[in-house]
Design a protein around this ligand. Structure first.
Ligand SMILES: Cc1cc2nc3c(=O)[nH]c(=O)nc-3n(C[C@H](O)[C@H](O)[C@H](O)COP(=O)(O)O)c2cc1C
Length: 226
């Protein structure tokens, strides 16, 4: 199975990738996964021009000659796509958003209603794909932090898209925080192992993976003492 990992962190050492790499370590314990990681910040992906030339042309390709069309070919052929990125302004980083906007050639202008939702009909059938979004953030857990992102993902990618939202991620690459972060990193590895067998994340697993490493007030106290 082809696994495409889209690393949407602009940083060389990504907190979120710390979790994603652990997940991939677990996944790779099972044979048969061919993993490719793309660091989107290194790619030349311009913002969508909004011209809809892709919807007007027969080949459905974007007229912009940058790296997007090539990555979309890999995307099309992937069985599993994992997005790994930090929460920026309660959403995704702008270079990743540009990439997501430019997935529009995968759809046609034609609209249809599915379960009360209006969507554009697919031009490319991606229904076989498993999608997982791993997003990390800097705040401690609080109601609403990931809500905007979650709605965007469900509307854009459909209810099948799996999400893992993790708070307090700047601790993940801090040596001193190892005793707190190690158990979560290990849980991501176990989740990867499970995913390799079932192509799924159970609700119990999701709850565990999203449980903060540290109590909110404790975390705020530490951050404010730095
Ligand atoms: C421009 C910017 C915006 C951010 N916005 C949020 C935010 O809205 N909520 C939040 O909890 N953390 C926010 N953060 C913190 C990052 O999500 C956090 O540092 C994360 O651990 C970085 O992950 P990475 O190393 O994988 O890039 C923001 C950071 C930056 C640089």
């Amino acid at each position: 199975m082809k696994v495409l990992v889209l690393n949407g962190s602009p940083k060389e050492v990504s907190d979120t990738m710390c979790l994603t790499n652990s997940f991939l370590k677990g996944l790779n314990k099972e044979k048969g996964f061919e993993v490719k990681v793309i660091r989107l910040i290194e790619k030349n992906i311009k913002p969508c021009l909004g011209c809809f030339a892709c919807w007007k042309s027969a080949d459905g390709k974007c007229i912009q000659k940058d790296d997007q069309n090539e990555i979309m070919e890999e995307y099309k052929n992937a069985d599993i796509v994992i997005y790994s990125f930090p929460l920026y302004s309660y959403a995704m980083p702008s270079h990743l958003k540009a990439f997501v906007d430019r997935l529009i050639p995968f759809n046609k202008m034609t609209m249809k209603e599915v379960n009360g939702h209006v969507v554009h009909a697919p031009r490319v059938d991606l229904s076989h794909q498993n999608l997982l979004f791993i997003a990390g953030c800097g705040f401690p857990n609080f109601e609403g932090n990931f809500d905007g992102l979650e709605i965007m993902i469900k509307n854009k990618f459909g209810p099948k898209a799996m999400t893992l939202f993790v708070s307090e991620c700047p601790m993940l690459n801090e040596e001193e925080a190892r005793p707190l972060t190690e158990p979560l990193i290990k849980k991501f590895e176990l989740a990867g192992e499970y995913f390799a067998k079932h192509l799924d994340i159970t609700p119990e697993m999701k709850k565990e993976l999203e449980t903060p490493m540290l109590d909110k007030n404790e975390y705020i106290k530490i951050v404010n003492s730095l």
